[in-house]
Design a protein around this ligand. Structure first.
Ligand SMILES: Nc1ncnc2c1ncn2[C@@H]1O[C@H](COP(=O)(O)OP(=O)(O)O)[C@@H](O)[C@H]1O
Ligand SMILES: [Mg+2]
Length: 272
């Protein structure tokens, strides 16, 4: 384990540490869809920093293989605190995506628990988890997974519409976030009319439009060239600050990992 790595059992202990400086200017982030959440201003402490948010307890994941089982995660312990910017880094096949999916309740562990603010998520039904994710978590993946037949604006409106927001409110929220991400002139473009970096910005806007508490990203710059990849990397830190996010990124990219205040190294399904 390197010096930059905190012990998984005690968890990352960072305070909010800013990443690279902002290119976004003083944009105000409001709560636009009347979700009952308090307004968030950049830099405000709308969310208490440093509380235990997510805990993985002896998380094991295995798949049947032949007469035995293939163990992918071998008893992972982890504590993520609100306000953390955590990077989990490791080479391909280490189990990073599997762990991220389990932390984000997109998958379930074979054994072990995932707690969110002390609540055992592994006890919740799929429907309960879907509702929980819609409010609390945003996801960005290596490939943008935007819907080709919809515009950037419509793609970003989608989570709000699914959550019951009116078209007007959904549109206001989506426009605000796309503008924050520098895409005010691209609202009505379809994904095929956008560059790779722009597509990923739209995907980030879609992940954040419901103002989640946690943003999970899985190799979010893996499909971009170096210049655009670095811009998107820096954007994550700016958005973390602006939107009071807890940020959890998994990547094989050691240079990206160096930008994080907290880094955990993974190999063969366990911490190094
Ligand atoms: N559904 C599955 N069935 C069997 N093996 C799987 C499945 N999903 C992932 N794996 C295996 O788990 C290991 C870790 O995969 P993954 O979490 O995607 O690693 P990483 O994201 O670090 O590259 C890989 O060896 C992969 O082949
Ligand atoms: Mg992966």
């Amino acid at each position: 384990m390197s010096n930059s790595t905190s012990h998984p059992k005690s968890g990352p202990k960072s305070g909010p540490k800013s990443g690279p400086r902002s290119a976004l200017g003083g944009f105000s982030v409001r709560s636009p869809i009347g979700s009952g959440r308090s307004e968030m201003q950049p830099g405000s402490a709308a969310r208490a920093w440093g509380e235990t948010l997510i805990q993985a307890q002896v998380v094991t994941k295995s798949y049947p293989m032949g007469t035995g089982r293939l163990e992918i995660l071998k008893g992972i312990d982890l504590e993520i605190r609100s306000g953390d910017a955590l990077c989990i880094v490791g080479s391909s096949g280490a189990g990073k995506s599997t762990l991220l999916h389990i932390l984000g309740t997109l998958d379930r562990p074979t054994l072990g628990k995932v707690l969110y603010r002390g609540q055992d998520l592994t006890k919740k039904s799929d429907d309960e988890l879907a509702a929980f994710r819609n409010v609390s978590m945003g996801f960005v993946f290596q490939f943008h997974h935007l819907m080709a037949e919809f515009t950037a604006l419509e793609n970003v409106m989608m989570p709000c519409r699914i959550a019951g927001a009116s078209p007007k409110d959904a549109r206001a929220a989506a426009e605000e976030l796309l503008t924050l991400l520098g895409l005010a002139q691209r609202l009505h473009h379809h994904p095929s009319e956008l560059s790779g970096g722009e597509q990923q910005r739209v995907a980030i806007a879609r992940a954040l439009v419901r103002k989640p508490e946690v943003l999970f990203a899985d190799e979010p710059t893996g499909n971009l060239d170096t210049v655009n990849g670095e811009k998107i990397q820096d954007l994550f830190f700016e958005l973390k600050q602006k939107m009071n996010l807890t940020l959890v990124v998994v990547t094989h990219d050691e240079d990206f990992a160096k930008k994080f205040p907290k880094v955990l190294h993974m190999r063969d399904g366990h911490w190094l």
